[in-house]
Design a binder for this molecule. Sequence first.
Ligand code: HPA
Length: 274
Amino acid sequence: MGKKILKQIEETVEYLRKQYKHKPSVGIVLGSGLGSFVDHIEVEKEVAYADIPHFPVSTVEGHKGKLIFGKLSGKTVVAMAGRFHYYEGYGAQDVVYPIRVMKFLGIETLLLSNAAGGVNTSYQVGDIMIIRDHVSFFTPNPLIGKNTSEFGPRFPDMSEPYRKQLITKAKEIAAANGFEVKEGVYVAVTGPTFETRAEYKLIQVLGGDVVGMSTVQEAIVANHMGLKVFAASVVTDVGIRDAENIITHEEVLEAAKAAEPKLATLFRELAASL
Ligand code: HPA
């Protein structure tokens, strides 16, 4: 199976290199409601997922499903407008396929973003949380199966899944731009149901600060391949609160959109600093 994936990635990369000849150094994944970040990129080429050999096709509302090539802060970047979620029915291997492709296109740094539910009671809707660490146990690990040594080792170290140096830099950027950022632990779940009250409480007990349905499988394969990873969550709802608490996808998208400028500042200035 490993060799088959490698061959597919080679074919995907060959196709993409024909579409866009420059080598990106930074990969970006835009989460739910954060697609407007693309406006900050000097777009040079867009490729619809549907046109890319071996790419899965994104379905969820709020995702455009395009790979975008261009410049951000003078760096050549490739951005995913729309990601693949396990809850859509894709296998873990499909969810991470584009991350592997971006690595083989040449990226060295991966910037991930997502909308997430606040579990830390000091968090508010609209907060940005830099992910310091994660809990992946509720979602299938994408490295299960025969290891493909061309990607990385059988037993990857995960002591620093999100680079400390990038976290420090992001905190400096936020301070210089006059906004607060949180820093905490992202607990990954499969979704698509939002959590019950009992589940939000459990996640809190486990040490989670936010909960979400993406990012961690991508971060795992990125670490496996030696990429430098930075990730940030936009807190779009606070599931842990006791008051009446119905969460809708619309509210998640709206809150993510409102917080997008802060995330954009972090990504733009982080890219500049690389
Ligand atoms: N739970 C899980 N995923 C989410 C949430 C949530 O409350 N909000 C946005 N994504």
